[in-house]
Design a protein around this ligand. Structure first.
Ligand SMILES: N[C@@H]1[C@@H](O)[C@H](O)[C@@H](COP(=O)(O)O)O[C@@H]1O
Length: 244
C-alpha cells in the first residue's frame, strides 16, 4: 500500500485527479471504476477542469460505477446515476454509451448483477478503481459481514450506513435499505486501486484498514492484499497513521 498524506481536502482532490489524469493520458481507452459519496466530488471537479483545458480526453474512456441504490429510478435526484451526471459526466466529453452504473430498478436483480460482471469482463477489466470508505469500513456498498462477498450483488445496507447517508435525503425513511454493489472480488480484480479518505471521522477506520486484521468485518482491510493500492488521506483522516 502506498500511503500519501496531504494537508487538506483540496490537496487530496488535486493529487487524486492527477493520478486519474495520468492513467487517462497513458491509456486514452482506460476503463475507470468510479465512486460516489462526498469524498470524490473535489476530484471530479478537478477532472472537469482538466477536460475543459484539454489536458484529458474522455471520448474513449469507459466507466463502471461501484454501486447504485436498489429501487431508485435513475432520474431520482438521490440516485448515483444522478450524482455522476451532476458531478462529472454532464461536464465532460464522455460517450454516454461508455457509462455503466448498475440499474437499481432492474426487474431481475440477479440477471442485472451477472450482466454487470460480464460487461466489466468484456471491457477487459478495470484499469483504475477509485474508492471512498464508509465509517464502518465499507467499500462500494460491501458492508461488514462474516464473509467477503465475491461479485456484484444485492446488499442489505447497515443501519450505520443508512444513518450516515440520510444527510443527503429529506428524511431517514427515504434512504433505500438495499443497493446493488460490485463485490470484493470485482474490486480486487482492478489493476490499480485509488482510495480517498478525508476528515477526522475516518481516522480510526483508515488506521484499521492499513494496520488492522484482514477481516470481512472491516471490508476495506482486504486491500492490504492488493498489489497496487494508493491511499490518499488528508491530515485529519491520516492522524492515526501519521507517526505509526
Ligand atoms: N456507497 C458509498 C461509498 O462508495 C462511499 O465511499 C461512502 C463514503 O461516503 P463519503 O465519501 O460521503 O464519506 O458512502 C457511500 O455509502
Amino acid at each position: 500500500m502506498e500511503i500519501i498524506i496531504v494537508k487538506d481536502y483540496k490537496e487530496l482532490s488535486k493529487k487524486a485527479s492527477n493520478i486519474i489524469a495520468s492513467q487517462m493520458i497513458l491509456n486514452p481507452r482506460s476503463v475507470l471504476g468510479l465512486a460516489t459519496g462526498s469524498t470524490p466530488i473535489g476530484t471530479y471537479k478537478e477532472l472537469v477542469r482538466m477536460n475543459k483545458e484539454d489536458i484529458i480526453d474522455f471520448s474513449n474512456i469507459m466507466t463502471f460505477n461501484l454501486d447504485e441504490y436498489h429501487g431508485l429510478d435513475k432520474y431520482n435526484n438521490q440516485s448515483y446515476f444522478y450524482f455522476m451526471e451532476n458531478n462529472l459526466f454532464s461536464y465532460v466529453n464522455i460517450d454516454s454509451q461508455n457509462i455503466n452504473i448498475p440499474d437499481g430498478k432492474a426487474e431481475n436483480i440477479d440477471h442485472e448483477c451477472k450482466s454487470y460482471e460480464e460487461k466489466i469482463k468484456n471491457a477487459g477489466g478495470i484499469d483504475l478503481q477509485l474508492l471512498g470508505i464508509g465509517r464502518n469500513g465499507h467499500i462500494g456498498f460491501n458492508e461488514p459481514d462474516v464473509k467477503f462477498e465475491a461479485f456484484t450483488h444485492l446488499v442489505e445496507l447497515d443501519e450505520d450506513t443508512i444513518k450516515a447517508n440520510s444527510r443527503f435525503f429529506d428524511s431517514i425513511e427515504d434512504v433505500p435499505t438495499k443497493a446493488i454493489s460490485m463485490g470484493i472480488k470485482t474490486i480486487m480484480h482492478s489493476k490499480k486501486i485509488l482510495l480517498l479518505a478525508s476528515g477526522e471521522e475516518k481516522a480510526k477506520t483508515v488506521y484499521d484498514m492499513v494496520y488492522g486484521k484482514i477481516t470481512p468485518e472491516l471490508p476495506a482491510s482486504v486491500l492490504q492484499l492488493h498489489p497496487d493500492v494508493t491511499i490518499i488521506v488528508d491530515e485529519a483522516a491520516g492522524s492515526m497513521i501519521k507517526n505509526y
